[in-house]
Design a protein around this ligand. Sequence first.
Ligand code: SF4
Length: 506
Amino acid sequence: MSCLEANTAPRREDRLGTCIEFGGLVGDIAAPFCEGCLKNRHRAFSQGTICQLLPALAILTSLRDTAVIVHGAVGCGGAVHSLGASVRLGQWRSGDKNPKGALWLSTNLNERDVTQGGEEKLRKAILESDRRYRPAAIVVLSTCVPGIIGDDIDGVANGLRDQVSAALLPIHCEGFKTKVMATAYDAIFHSFLRYVVDGRDETRFPIYDADAAIAVESIRRKRLVNLMNVSSMTGPDQNELIRLLNKLGLEVNMLPCDAHPDAFRLAPFASLSVGVCPTHDDYFMGYLEEKFGVPFVGKQMPIGIENTGTWLRHVASRLGLESTAERIIAAEESELRTALAPLLPRLKGKTAMLSAGEIRTLSTAVLLQELGMEILAVRPYHYDEFGAAEIERLTEINPDIRLNVATAQPFEAVNIINRAKPDLYIGHNSDNVWAAKCGAAIMPIYGTNAIYSGYSGAYDIARRIHRHLANTSFNEKLSKNVRQPYRESWYAENPYKYIKGGELSA
Ligand code: SF4
């Protein structure tokens, strides 16, 4: 049975055997993962995690002409406030010179609703959203409370489809359901595939010259590719990838972030889906191929010199554009190496530790190796089959790189930082703050206005690392004047002590 016949997407733990608890060296993870030994691990002590609602809200609030109803306690939508700046920026980049920010509502479930049910509140919220905003789509995001009390969000949506003009998309995103926040990507794509991507071609052609217009459109679609952006891709990142694909002569239908729901409707008519992160895109691209025969590529994240070249080659090979791709890659790499030449001697031998989502962490680590730096440790938020190729590459370069698979868990991070003592820590700000207090220089692995992808991204990462390492005295002094909340004895312990069945090498 296809997963799409069910109301909800399966958890990543079940679909991919995804693991979030591992401590050891990069070479230690492949065998136990393949043998299924990393399933059902847990931490006897866990410090923080990330609810799948956070990445879901990051994608959904960026969608154009779409209202997001968070069905749950009002606090579940609190993360939207931290996303406001990037949502506005995305709207501004899409041509809206008066961006209004995220369009979201909460059903504000309370104690009474927990005992009597929240379906009536949801029904009213859907009708009110449609009346007030007339959006192209209304997303109903289910959280823990309706999941526990058994609200039937699919039944409510189905009952209202004839009464509203918007497409209704129930999305099951209960935080308690999974420890792997990437499950949110599948939950979102699952609903779009069920309720929006129907393969109906509603393109309107002029009556006076319909045949010519159809022929032009058909030629355009042969060169049309779906570019799967992720919410941790900046506007400059998107422009860089579009620039490279345009150089190949391709036109881009970009989704899901910052997209209008119509971009999903157009997706089945593209010649190819191009992923930028297999962790993010595999569910959507896999089903688009299964349902509509649209092939896909995208095992690499185009961060790093070799990765970007491989990414372009894979796109080109599916469309018969190999020689054009080789010309583009040669020219781009030559320009990049000239630009990097003055920076490389200053980066050579500097040490780094990284943390973030699986593919981003590992791809950026590979890029740093390309820049002549030494990787001491990587901390991807989770691990599954998509990270295997990059882990293999890091193992070939240096099998002694520490690997800590952990979503949050700062107590493990500070222990490892104290042992490894990297010159630079590259992670999200929520991780970087701990490294800064340990005295390491820090750099965001994602920031809304910087560029990370493609050849321009490789140069800019090198330039920013050089700047961050030029003067590290602030964090060095900070480490002498702040206290971490851990006892000295913790730093002598094995950092993976609380992972049940964890490796012992630290
Ligand atoms: S864990 Fe549950 S209650 Fe908490 S924010 Fe996520 S969905 Fe809401």
